[in-house]
Design a protein around this ligand. Structure first.
Ligand code: TUI
Length: 312
């Protein structure tokens, strides 16, 4: 399944793991990379030294390439941007902002830079300042999202840029991967399906909520604050949406989400925590190892479009 992206990154399968806050730590990143995909350590809002430690731990578990996702709204983003260079990380993806200010430093260090974008405008801008590829992430995704669906966003980004495009949002099996290729993508990024792998250190309660989720079980909070976030519905989303409907201010809204992602991922508080998840959770039915999952995804995809000339 060699594509422009597998060649760019030196990986076996065109499958990239999302840089999920609290979820994407070194065991998961190394597991995905060992299985032939590209694993990512999610820096989220963590201090740069935590990220450095995670990079060093991942290197103990795999010799294959892995990356770091930098969440640009983090107060530590600038420090993390330097740590990835110092630690010789091969690939950086970015989210929740515009990484332009770090681009020159990364390019000079030979880091492959893949911004996650939710619009054509940002994709074009990223291409102009030297991005190697972009992830076009549709609003089916979990976590912080844009406006446009994967089905609509991916072909528009593909037509707008000459660098390879990676599709994300709503993909969890070979049908989704094949569809992404049909839209012009050269790889996929998946999050929700990796939360439930054996290597994922996420609390069993969180995994169980994803496995039991139905098609209509996600909610988007924060539309009124300008930071929409998709998560599985629970007491927290209910309360948050009620407060938003009543015109609550930022401070009141934030009081129920401070530390709530950690509460769900680490403590297993699936009542009041934030269970970030994509709309495709309803398709995720069982826990597998990263190797089993990636092998199955490749077989499913190959059965649908192998030999159709999508891999070059
Ligand atoms: O970044 C993500 N997904 C995330 S980040 C995150 S951490 C968080 N937690 C709580 C609240 C907010 C964030 C959880 N999930 N995906 C990539 C992504 N980037 N989606 C949307 C965007 C985006 C949005 C606006 C990128 C750029 C942008 O504007 C940049 C500009 O300056 O034009």
């Amino acid at each position: 399944m060699q594509t422009e992206i597998t060649k760019l990154l030196g990986i076996e399968y065109p499958i990239i793991q999302g840089g999920m806050a609290w979820v994407a730590e070194h065991h998961l990143a190394a597991g995905v990379s060992e299985a032939g995909g590209l694993g990512l350590i999610g820096a989220a809002a963590a201090p740069a030294e935590w990220v450095r430690e995670q990079i060093r731990e991942a290197k103990k578990l795999t010799n294959k390439p892995f990356g770091v996702n930098i969440m640009l709204m983090s107060p530590h983003a600038a420090d993390v941007a330097k740590v990835v260079v110092e630690e010789g990380v091969k690939v950086v993806t970015t989210g929740a902002g515009n990484p332009e200010t770090y681009m020159e430093m990364w390019k000079a260090a030979g880091v492959k830079v893949i911004p996650v974008v939710a619009s054509v405008a940002l994709a074009k801008r990223m291409e102009r300042c030297g991005a190697d590829a972009v992830v076009a992430e549709g609003c089916e995704s979990g976590g912080h999202i844009g406006e446009t669906t994967t089905m609509a966003l991916v072909p528009q980004v593909v037509d707008a840029v000459d660098i390879p495009v990676i599709a994300a949002g709503g993909i969890a099996d070979g049908r989704g991967i094949a569809a992404a290729f049909m839209l012009g993508a050269r790889a996929v990024q998946m999050g929700t399906v990796f939360v439930v792998t054996k290597e994922s250190q996420v609390h069993a309660n969180y995994k169980e909520r994803i496995v039991k989720a139905k098609d209509i079980d996600t909610r988007v909070t924060g539309r009124t604050t300008g930071h929409p976030v998709r998560a599985l519905r629970n007491d927290m989303t209910k309360k948050y949406l009620e407060l938003e409907a009543a015109g609550a201010g930022l401070e009141e809204l934030e009081s129920i989400t401070v530390g709530s992602l950690r509460a769900a991922v680490v403590e297993g508080d699936v009542k009041n925590g934030t269970i970030m998840s994509g709309q495709i959770a309803g398709l995720v039915k069982k826990e597998e190892t990263c190797a089993e999952l990636i092998k199955r995804l490749a077989q499913e995809t190959d059965k649908l479009i192998g030999g159709a000339g999508f891999y070059e």
